[in-house]
Ligand binder design. Structure first.
Ligand code: SF4
Ligand SMILES: [Zn+2]
Length: 131
């Protein structure tokens, strides 16, 4: 099923399965990280202008404000990636993330990747390896 991301920039309304898959992965990984690492912080549902999170994820996560900012940054960067073909972000030489967010997303991917694999979500392990 293709999912409309309702992008704000560079949107030609064409479904982009790779983009949708990457956005969905970001939602899942940031959601897992915030749920376990920031359980004591105030968390709320997230709105990212130009994106339909409800369409991307059956249960969009509640995030603290820092994780919401990180997810927003990652969404905008991923949706506007200028590279074709796009490499995995972790192997990208032109890494477009702000330095602070780059360090944060690397931490999130490591932590949540381990948790998802330990909980039997080997599909995410495959995604991490293949990316
Ligand atoms: S880090 Fe590189 S591959 Fe990832 S979105 Fe930015 S430019 Fe594209
Ligand atoms: Zn958080």
């Amino acid at each position: 099923m293709s999912i409309s991301t309702n992008q704000t920039v560079g949107d030609n309304n064409a479904p982009d399965p790779a983009l949708n898959r990457d956005l969905r992965t970001l939602v899942t990984f940031v959601g897992v990280y915030c749920k376990h690492k920031h359980r004591d912080l105030e968390r709320s549902s997230v709105n990212i202008k130009g994106f339909d999170l409800a369409a991307l994820s059956k249960r969009p996560p509640e995030l603290c404000s820092d994780c919401a900012k990180l997810l927003t940054h990652a969404f905008v960067k991923r949706a506007n990636c200028p590279l074709k073909p796009k490499p995995a972000c972790k192997h990208c030489e032109e890494h477009c993330y702000h330095r602070t967010y780059r360090a944060q997303i690397q931490q999130v991917m490591r932590y949540s990747g381990r948790r998802l694999v330990l909980s039997g979500r080997l599909d995410y392990l495959y995604h991490l390896i293949s990316k």
